[in-house]
Design a protein around this ligand. Structure first.
Ligand code: HEC
Length: 164
């Protein structure tokens, strides 16, 4: 009789051991769902922090380039030419009106800045010219794709019309 109790006891112990160590998910004290909110808060924090860093990364323009005078007068013909180029080469990321809402924008690591605002409009024509030609990271260099400097100035003149 005592032998039966002992073996039943041992069976119970073994079951408990299996439940608590081999199958921790079945253990009532182990609640993995409890850890998810904390983990996601940490992930969201790290992601947004790195986005902020990327967005505020200053883009230095050499003094000489920033002071370069616009070689093309901003008349209707120049703005019209710039608008066509913008539609062909820039709107996919920057959006039709430069708000940074182009179809490709979501795939980029860096959000293109809002061209209607002073962050962009406060820069000199030379600086916008330089950045368009050189590019960096997600912003492509247009040195080869738009080799004619007059076209880049047309683009600069068009970018000025995006101001609000
Ligand atoms: C593949 C996406 C993409 C395309 C296409 C693109 N850009 Fe950009 N552009 C960006 C991104 C992203 C930034 C922000 C880059 C950064 O700050 O590192 C940017 C930044 C700029 C800036 C600098 C803005 C600032 O605040 O300093 C200018 C000027 C610019 N783009 C002009 C153009 C022009 C003009 C074209 C078309 C001829 C063009 N871009 C095409 C993605 C793009």
């Amino acid at each position: 009789m005592s032998k039966v109790i002992f073996s039943a006891d041992r069976h119970h112990l073994t079951q408990t051991f299996i439940k608590q160590t081999l199958y921790p998910i079945q253990n009532q004290n182990y609640r993995p769902m409890k850890k998810i909110p904390i983990l996601s808060i940490i992930i969201v924090f790290i992601t947004s922090a790195s986005f902020t860093l990327l967005q505020t990364k200053p883009w230095a323009v050499p003094d000489k380039a920033a002071k370069t005078v616009n070689a093309v007068k901003s008349d209707a013909a120049s703005v019209a030419a710039g608008k066509i180029l913008w539609g062909q080469h820039c709107a996919s990321c920057h959006g039709k009106t430069g708000l940074g809402d182009g179809t490709k924008a979501a795939q980029l690591e860096t959000t293109p800045p809002d061209f209607s605002k002073a962050v962009v409009q406060g820069q000199s024509d030379g600086a916008l010219f330089f950045k368009t030609v050189e590019g960096r990271d997600d912003m492509p260099s247009f040195k080869k794709k738009i080799p004619d400097q007059e076209d880049i100035w047309n683009l600069v003149n068009y970018m000025r019309t995006l101001k609000k």
